[in-house]
Ligand binder design. Structure first.
Ligand code: XMP
Length: 327
């Protein structure tokens, strides 16, 4: 099949065009897979969610969605996948909580590239194990989108399912491979997926693993997840929502003071970093103004509720020279 978007293809920017695309793809998927089963690694990101919803519409429970929770997802994400796909859409969903496997492998590893490799390899291992448990599956659905084809020769790097073992020789089903991201979102909206999923911010495949700087420990990871949820909730209330906004946690401690029975005592705690950027293509990025009241609300909520954190920082660095992620 050609890997070039047909020149006649209209830009999908209205519900009507999205509906037409959905109807065409439903027919194409049915024609391709017949009564066979299809496997999909469902991360809960925009692309895999839209592919899942399309396939569910086309073939229902012939689609087997595998959601691997690597323990590095944001607060509420695995629960949302189970709620939306498992319950509302009645998907054939296999939920794998592999948190311990990932965190055990990552223990003591501080080099960013090594962390990424461990997470990528473990993801493939867990997914392949689940795939082998499913009998007679010939098809693998993937959320490849057009920029993936243009930029990286069709490799959906952050989906991490590219390097499956040779015996798992699937035929690919890639219904959104000619769509740009904004078109995938219009289709997702038309399919009835929640806005939280459809308009999700970019999120690295290795997830909070890149934002929990240095060697990940469970307690520091939990602090990051909790602080990140607060940052996203408060900044998400702004009239002008930045392109991406999240929290990172460096691997150092600094002094704090707390009062026990009226007596001050010093203690060491973590610092969390608020990061918010605007960008068009993530190649360069600027830092939007955030009302000071919003920053102090975030600070107060984090300090009051997140164990182990005694300092809240705001990162005002632009890209270049600073990357968006802290990694
Ligand atoms: P940096 O940190 O390089 O990030 O300025 C640029 C953008 O890429 C996102 N990012 C990723 N996205 N898989 C992804 O899909 C990844 O592994 C990954 N790593 C970074 C980052 O969040 C930012 O939007």
């Amino acid at each position: 099949m050609s890997e070039k978007r047909p020149e006649t293809m209209k830009r999908i920017n209205t519900p009507e065009l999205a509906e037409q695309f959905i109807l065409e793809q439903v027919e194409a998927i049915k024609a391709q897979v017949g009564d066979q089963k299809v496997l999909l690694a469902l991360s809960g990101g925009v692309d895999s969610s839209v592919v899942a919803a399309l396939l569910i519409k086309a073939i229902g429970r012939q689609l087997v969605c595998v959601h691997v929770n690597h323990g590095l997802l944001r607060k509420g994400e695995p629960e949302q996948v189970v709620e939306v796909f498992g319950k509302q859409l009645n998907a054939n969903l296999v939920y794998v909580d592999a948190t311990d496997r990932f965190l055990d492998k990552l223990a003591g590893v501080s080099d960013p590239e090594t962390k990424r490799k461990i997470i990528g390899k473990e993801f493939i291992d867990v997914f392949a194990e689940e795939a082998k448990k499913q009998e007679g599956i010939k098809f693998l659905a993937q959320g490849t989108i057009y920029p993936d084809i243009l930029e990286s020769e069709g490799v959906k790097a952050h989906h991490n399912v590219g390097g499956l073992p040779a015996e798992l020789n699937f035929e690919l089903v890639e219904p959104v491979k000619f769509l740009y991201k904004d078109e995938v979102r219009v289709v997702g909206k038309q399919l009835g997926l929640p806005d939280q999923m459809v308009f999700r911010q970019p999120f690295p495949g290795p997830g909070l693993g890149v934002r929990c700087v240095g060697a990940i420990t469970r307690d520091r990871l939990e602090a990051l997840r909790a602080a990140d949820a607060i940052v996203r909730e408060e900044i998400g209330k702004l009239d002008q929502i930045p392109w991406q906004y999240f929290c990172a946690i460096p691997d150092f401690v600094s002094t704090g003071i707390r009062y026990v029975d009226g007596k001050g005592e010093r203690y060491m705690g973590w610092a969390v970093v608020i990061r918010a950027v605007n960008t068009v293509d993530a190649v360069t990025a600027t830092v939007p103004e955030i009302p000071f009241k919003v920053l102090t609300t975030i600070r107060d909520r984090i300090i009051a509720t997140v164990p182990g954190v005694n300092r809240v920082l705001w990162d005002i660095s632009e890209k270049p020279v600073s990357t968006i992620e802290w990694e």
